[in-house]
Design a protein around this ligand. Structure first.
Ligand code: CA
Length: 515
């Protein structure tokens, strides 16, 4: 052996040795990403909105033992696009997944689970995937087909269709715990536990029917918003509790997949109440009020089921000794309207659907009971997970790692504004494509397609309910000018200056388009 080669080997052995020592001292952290669907801050007790809709002790525990982010915003407020943005750390126009109608995720592209898998992590994805193509980058995946159903959901396990009996949030948690028990224990791991609940049609577990003991839930101030002075885009919506609610939404018919035995319990709760409803023949505001109460019972009942299951997963981490070296990240794919503006659903740049819960517990790194008011986003998650794992963050990711914030150090140049772009139109809810810029106080919104060219300026400070448009108000002229410039700057920065492809909006023709 030559002297040079010998020295090289000694040097390499030394490096390996020191790496082993480092690993023994501080093994790479595991990551449990608990993700919900359509869970909004108004339904999480540590955020709340004054309505005190529900207690969520287990969600809140994650924030209390770590950091609660009070302004985590989405970039395109709808299920599939948010998921694609989380996986890639890129905007919809870059990762190619624009809408829930006709987008298909290109699973050959770079994602953070693939990068973690390549770095030696065991990886699993369990629950709602909703990206059209099969998951890539996971040692094991066990997903709901499409949206999935609440009762006795079929699932796809590594490509094989399987049946499950029971309630979806319980099943997803059982499978997650099972994977934690049986995984390759020689590796650090990434577990993505992705709940379907509380997505429409909001079917709670049988054990949660009647959870609120027929309490009257407080109505939001804007339940009967008349949209006076607002854009045509806002007035033309099709997501109102008054006009868009179906019998399935209202539980006047039972949810799919329920067994005859389960249906007996389901009917025992709903049927007497539905009979009284039919008898009352409600119309107008009375009908909206009845539907709002039914909606809150069902939506919040689903959230209660997720909260319990998050508690079970946290308990398993405690009891298995994993909690200490596991980062737990809890979030949702967007917010949701709980009757504000008379709406359910999401999509808009407005606060209820733009903002989403985010809590992170990182033992030994993030101080318990920390709160961050910085503007952060789902687009930051990919880089954050990679940095937690000690991996480099690829330069083409468009977000920014949250690790400095989690360490209690806000970088001086942290973002002061975020770019937003929603596409899907005209179905299912007739929300016009819009892009905008969001700052701590303002939102500048442009409804640009297909038959409108309207602007709105919202001021969270002067008008927290977001019922006024200040765009033409002379007092805001300078602000409007600055925000227009900021919007253009952000469009250039995220490379969203080109006209989106027609398919970005979905397959359905616009009113002025031939089929
Ligand atoms: Ca969603």
């Amino acid at each position: 052996m030559s002297r040079t080669l010998c020295l090289t080997l000694v040097f390499l052995a030394g490096l390996c040795g020191s790496a082993r020592v480092d690993a023994a001292e501080k093994p790479q952290p595991n990551i449990v990403f608990i993700f919900t669907d359509d869970l909004t801050c108004q339904a999480v007790s540590s955020y709340g909105d004054g309505r005190k809709l529900l207690d969520t002790p287990n969600f809140d525990r994650i924030g209390r033992e770590g950091m609660r982010f009070d302004r985590c915003l989405v970039t395109n407020s709808i299920c599939g696009p948010s998921r694609a943005t989380i996986l890639t750390g890129k905007y919809s126009h870059v990762n190619g997944f624009y809408n829930n109608s006709n987008s298909q995720f290109d699973g050959t592209q770079q994602t953070f689970p693939k990068l973690l898998q390549g770095a030696g992590y065991a990886t699993a994805m369990i629950g709602k995937w909703h990206l059209g193509s099969n998951p890539t980058g996971f040692d094991e995946w066990h997903i709901l087909p499409g949206q999935g159903i609440y009762y006795n959901p079929p699932m796809i396990h590594n490509g094989q269709r399987v049946k499950h009996a029971g309630y979806v949030s319980d099943i997803i948690t059982d499978l997650s715990i099972e994977w934690l028990k049986t995984r390759d224990k020689s590796k650090p791991f990434l577990l993505m536990t992705q709940h379907k609940a509380p997505h429409r049609e909001w079917a709670p577990a049988l054990r949660h029917l009647g959870w609120d003991q027929d309490r009257k839930h407080q109505e939001p101030e804007t339940l009967f918003d008349d949209f006076a002075g607002r854009s045509q885009a806002v007035r033309d919506h099709d997501m109102g509790i008054d006009r868009t609610f179906t019998d399935l939404d209202a539980k006047l018919v039972p949810p799919p997949g329920i067994t005859p035995e389960q249906l007996k319990t389901w009917n025992a709760y709903y049927e007497p109440r539905n009979a009284a409803y039919r008898e009352a023949k409600l119309t107008g505001k009375d009908l909206v009020r009845w539907r709002y109460q039914r909606y809150m019972h069902d939506y919040l009942g689903c959230v209660k089921g997720v909260d319990e299951n998050v508690g079970r997963l946290l308990q398993f981490l405690d009891e298995s000794g994993l909690a200490e070296n596991t980062v737990v990240v809890f979030s949702s794919d967007q917010g949701f309207f709980l009757g504000e503006h008379g709406w359910f659903d999401k999509r808009w740049i407005f606060e209820e659907s733009l903002r989403t819960p985010l809590m992170v517990r990182w033992p030994g790194v993030t101080s318990p009971k920390s709160v961050s008011n910085q503007i952060v986003s789902l687009i930051d998650f990919a880089g954050t997970f990679l940095e937690i794992a000690g991996q480099p963050v690829p330069a083409d990711m468009q977000g920014r790692s949250l690790v400095p914030l989690l360490k209690g150090q806000t970088p001086a140049d942290w973002r002061q504004s975020l770019y937003y772009h929603y596409y899907e139109f005209p179905v299912p809810h007739h929300v016009r494509p819009h892009r905008g810029v969001v700052t701590d106080r303002y939102k500048l919104v442009h409804y640009y397609k297909p038959d409108l060219d309207e602007w709105e300026l919202l001021d969270r400070q002067a008008d927290p309910l977001e019922v006024r448009n200040f765009h033409a108000d002379p007092a805001y002229a300078e602000t409007v000018k600055q925000l227009h410039r900021e919007l253009e700057r952000l469009r250039a920065e995220v490379k969203d200056t080109a006209e989106p492809p027609r398919a970005a909006y979905g397959n359905q023709p616009f009113a002025n388009e031939k089929k």
